[in-house]
Each structure stands twice: as C-alpha cells, then as structure tokens.
Design a binder for this molecule. Structure first.
Ligand code: SF4
Length: 404
C-alpha cells in the first residue's frame, strides 16, 4: 500500500511528479531556450561561454508551480521565452506555437554582505569567491589552463584565458577562512585549469597552510579539484595539507576517445591508466566516497560510461556523468548532445548504481560539486522528501577545531 506524504498525496504520486519536473528541467537544459529581445534585455549581458545570461524562473500558472527552472539561452531551441506588455511566458514552438505557462524571472539574490569585505591586501572577497545557497564556497583560482596555450585543451572545454591573473593562495585562504569562521562558508571547492609546469600542488599546499593557520583546523571541509599527478605520492600531500576530499575528472572512459578528446591530459598526466591508478590511490589516502571523478555524458556510448561509473563506484570513487553541452569557442562548438531521453536514462542508471553500491546522500556530497541529477533521482527512489519536495542538501555546520 502506498504511503501518504505530508501534502496528502501518495509517495508514488509525488515520485511521478518529481520525475516529470526533473525530466522537463533536463529537456530545457539540453535544448536551451530561445529568448526574445525584450526578455534578453531583462536578463542582461552574457557570461563567458554562453550566448546570454542565465537566470532562474518560476511558473506563475500551470503544473510546475513553485519549481525553479534555469534559462540557458539558445536561439535554435524549440522552447522560447517571450515578453509582451510586461508579461513573460514560456512556449514550445513547432507546427503550432503552444503556451506552456506564464513565468516570472527570479530576481538575482543580493550578494551576502560579508563578500563586500576586503582581504588584507585590499581585494574585495567577491572577486575571490562566490557562495551558493547551501554554503558551498566556489573559487576558480585562475582562468588559465596552460593546455590551451599548447593547443592541447580538452575538446569540450572553452576554459582558459592567456596570461590570466592568479588569485594568491593567501587571498583564497583568507577569504575561505573568514567565511568559514563566520559560519557562512561550509565547503570550499577549489579549482582551475592546469598551471605552468603542473605547479598546482605547490598552490594547494600554500592555500592549505593559510587555512590551517587561520582556523586552527588540521583538516577543513574542502575539495581539491586537480588533474591526476604523474607522481602518485603527491596525492598524500593534498591530504596532509588539510583537504577533506579530492576530485580528478577523467572526462571520458573509453581510452581511445579519451586520447583523442583530452590530448593534454593524455600528454601531461601519465596517460589514462595513470589517471585511473591515481583515483584508486586517492581512495587509499582519503577514504571511500572522498574521491570523485566526472565523465562528460554524451561523447561516448552509454555502455562505456556506465562501465566507468560502475568501475569507480565499486572502488569507493564517486562517479557522475554531467550532460555534455557544446561550448562556444571549444573544439566541439556546433556539435549536438544526445537527446533528453538518452541523458535521463543514463542518470537513472547511475542513480541505481549509487543504491547498488550502498552510498548515502551525505557521502554523495563529500566531494563538490555533487553528482547533480543522478543524486536527485537517487533521492526520489529512496523517498527522501521534505515538505513535498526533495530534501535539500545541508552541509554540516562549521566546527572550529575539528572537521564536521
Ligand atoms: S577540462 Fe581540460 S582544457 Fe578544460 S580546464 Fe580542465 S584540463 Fe584544461
């Protein structure tokens, strides 16, 4: 017999509703939304790699009330947002233009006051880090990836500005420590492209030292996002520096496609086998579910992606396969991603593997960012609901003196 949820419906009804929402969200992400001139004016200028500014919207009528959706502008999409006489609505184009529902673009969340503070060398915190609603602090310490200079950048990626400035380890350490000590910053995600001569280790060690000195913590809740080192003994140094978890995105599981699409990773990280060995070594050092690796979902067969996901999960490595979106200025600009059904089925299968290998919702958040859609599906299947929605993720409250 089906259980009733807090909204009076059955869990089966709620599951069906949430699945429909997730699939619709995914469809909008895959296809993007054609934004008319008036709406584009409201959205504002484009961010890097996008054709327009992303913004959340909610329906003011129809079946998806109370759910937030994102606008990823794409002028070729079968979906369109139009604003007329101050009223904005989402349509599906085709033989006939169908109204999906009236929508309201959400106002940008104001920047938390603490991000207006200055570092000791006079730089505003908000130029160093951003904070998500759940307390995740995101830092791209540079917009540089030297693979771009070498012409060896990953084919799906448009990251990398020549001679980009590098935020100093002292600035990054200071800002995260201040946010952490204020109880606002709960998990640091520290990432960038490859540095000259693979000097990432040095950088992360300096950030770790700064955070340890300022907070008194030996270990702090942070993920080091790195390329696999050729010398695997380096992995222990990230742990010793105080990082809680580590991410090394392999991007592609099929060895031959990897070699073709990730030439820089192939040439500078000891090859595909070394990358996989690095992930396994990292589990020995950091522990189960404190190591993660993403695959770009849509560049190889579902079969090889799932082989990779299962291989990693069975060895304590968190696996995900975010949906491929062709980026402007990447080698794959103008290509297409597989259909929504393909992606949704892949995410359902990954969620089933999380269950099969006994992972918990908490473990799936040890390494940032989490596995996204597959984690939501995992929650649906576990009946992990709160107030008629999926239970939102909450990081443990910062505890000074010990890692939560
Ligand atoms: S995905 Fe590849 S090209 Fe892009 S930043 Fe990372 S290493 Fe550089």
């Amino acid at each position: 017999m089906a259980n009733n949820n807090e909204n009076g419906g059955t869990n089966e009804e709620l599951k069906a509703k949430l699945y429909k929402e997730l699939e619709f969200k995914l469809d909008l992400t895959i296809h993007g939304i054609n934004v008319d001139t008036e709406t584009a004016g409201i959205l504002g200028p484009a961010s890097s790699g996008q054709r327009g500014q992303e913004r959340q919207f909610v329906f003011t009528d129809g079946e998806f009330l109370g759910v937030s959706f994102g606008v990823r502008p794409d002028q070729n999409s079968a979906y369109g947002i139009e604003t007329d006489d101050g009223k904005t609505a989402l349509y599906r184009y085709g033989k006939n233009k169908t109204l999906i529902g009236d929508v309201e673009l959400k106002k940008r969340t104001p920047r938390p006051e603490i991000l207006n503070r200055l570092t000791s060398d006079g730089v505003p915190f908000h130029t160093i880090a951003s904070i998500g609603e759940d307390g995740r602090v995101h830092v791209n310490y540079s917009q540089q990836c030297v693979l771009k200079d070498k012409g060896e950048d990953c084919y799906f990626c448009n990251y990398g500005i020549r001679n980009a400035t590098i935020k100093t380890p002292k600035q990054v350490g200071e800002v995260f420590s201040e946010l952490y000590l204020a109880g606002v910053g709960k998990h640091l995600n520290l990432t960038s492209g490859f540095m000259q001569e693979r000097r990432e280790l040095e950088y992360y060690l300096d950030v770790g030292e700064e955070i340890r000195n300022r907070t008194g913590l030996k270990e702090f809740r942070a993920t080091a996002v790195i390329g696999a080192p050729v010398d695997l003994s380096q992995i222990e140094k990230y742990k010793e520096a105080g990082f809680f978890s580590i991410r090394m995105n392999i991007e592609i599981w099929d060895k031959n496609i990897w070699k073709a699409f990730c030439p820089g990773k192939h040439n500078h990280c000891g090859g595909w086998d070394n990358w996989v060995n690095a992930l396994e070594r990292a589990v020995e050092v950091f522990g189960r579910a404190k190591v993660a690796s993403n695959i770009v979902g849509g560049l190889e067969s579902k079969k090889t992606i799932l082989e990779g996901v299962e291989y990693k999960l069975s060895r304590g490595i968190l696996a995900s396969a975010g949906s491929f979106h062709p980026m402007i200025d990447s080698y794959l600009e103008g290509h297409r991603t597989p259909e929504t059904d393909w992606h949704f089925d892949l995410q359902k299968k990954i969620a089933a593997l999380y269950r099969k290998h006994g992972y918990t919702f908490e473990q799936l958040h040890n390494v940032s960012p989490s596995g996204g859609l597959a984690v939501s599906i995992f929650q649906i299947e576990n009946g992990d609901f709160e107030d008629g929605k999926l239970r939102p993720w909450r990081y443990p409250e910062p505890k000074i003196g010990s890692i939560a």
